[in-house]
Design a protein around this ligand. Structure first.
Ligand SMILES: Nc1ncnc2c1ncn2[C@@H]1O[C@H](COP(=O)(O)OP(=O)(O)OP(=O)(O)O)[C@@H](O)[C@H]1O
Ligand SMILES: [Mg+2]
Length: 294
């Protein structure tokens, strides 16, 4: 296993790769834990909702799943699950508590929430990307999938985390500014971190024509201008539910076509990524969630 600090050091200060070793790390054929960044550049496109739903479904399928909230001081994962906010993450950073004490465990799903309006986090001089990559390298042997719920924006810290992951689910809505922001994210990832592959997840699509336009526009533009490949993961139709009911509906396991569509796109991904095969081999895929999060 490579050391995280070595990986971070493989980039120069302007983000250029120093050697081909980083590319080798990112393209290794087999690994026991797949790391996925749920990202997208634009705010409010559904990154946190999708990261949570993905984590819940992976856990329900028997995968040992860790979701790390990377929105360090505007953490939304716990609140969307109806869990209390406690800013325990501050204490993890100051080594007052352990990772196990900070993580919320619900059967196969483990959640590491971050903070909400913490002055300590605001004042902290720590590099958040290094903290997260160190946590991952210490615990990845315990999980089949580690998901990162990324904040909006294309800060160096966020993009370093994106590049560190094996996969990036770029969440885009049909909104023009979402497409523009995701292009910017893919561009900087390509030019500063040599990332040439991403997955595209179109959220809040309202019809096939609109969906096709988003997929073609983004896929063709990043291919022609950046030489980057986009793997279309699927689309999540826009839900017509009120704000208050949104989280419950989005995250619940229901018999709806909408839920089945989400599970199908995830199943196709896990099958392709080899995770499903790995879980079959270890007999874990039949395990059920011990407790439901709701
Ligand atoms: N498929 C959908 N159908 C309808 N509304 C949606 C859908 N996905 C997301 N939303 C709406 O978008 C809101 C924002 O979602 P979410 O918090 O997951 O986005 P985000 O990208 O994580 O935001 P931020 O950038 O602030 O972290 C949700 O509360 C919901 O109202
Ligand atoms: Mg979010």
């Amino acid at each position: 296993m490579h050391k995280t600090s070595e990986w971070l050091l493989s980039f120069t200060s302007d983000g250029q790769p120093r050697s081909s070793s980083q590319a080798q790390v990112l393209t290794k054929k087999f690994q026991p834990c797949f790391k996925i960044a749920i990202t997208g550049g634009k705010g409010g496109v559904g990154k946190t909702s999708i990261a949570l739903k993905t984590a819940l479904e992976m856990a329900r399928s028997g995968f040992r799943t860790l979701l790390i909230d990377c929105d360090s001081n505007l953490s939304n994962t716990a609140i969307k699950l109806g869990l209390p906010l406690d800013n325990k993450f501050e204490k993890l950073l100051s080594s007052e508590i352990s990772f196990e004490e900070c993580v919320i465990q619900r059967g196969n799903l483990h959640l590491l929430p971050a903070c909400n309006g913490s002055n300590e986090i605001f004042d902290s001089k720590l590099n958040f990307d290094q903290i997260i990559t160190d946590i991952i390298s210490s615990h990845e042997h315990e999980y089949d999938y580690i998901l990162l719920d990324c904040p909006a924006g294309i800060s160096r810290e966020t993009l370093t985390l994106n590049a560190y992951c094996d996969y990036r689910f770029v969440v885009v809505t049909p909104d023009k500014s979402s497409i523009t922001d995701s292009y910017s994210l893919i561009k900087v990832l390509s030019q500063k971190f040599a990332i040439k592959n991403n997955h595209l997840l179109v959220n809040m699509s309202q019809n096939d024509k609109q969906l096709q336009k988003v997929v073609t526009t983004l896929t063709e533009t990043v291919k022609n201008f950046l030489g980057v490949r986009t793997h279309f993961l699927g689309s999540i139709p826009k839900l017509d539910v009120s704000g208050e009911e949104f989280d419950t509906f989005f995250l619940s396991e229901t018999k709806s076509a909408w839920h089945k569509n989400f599970v199908k796109l995830l199943y196709e991904f896990t099958e392709k990524s080899g995770g499903l095969l790995a879980a079959h081999e270890s007999g874990r895929n039949q395990m059920a969630l011990e407790h439901d999060v709701h």
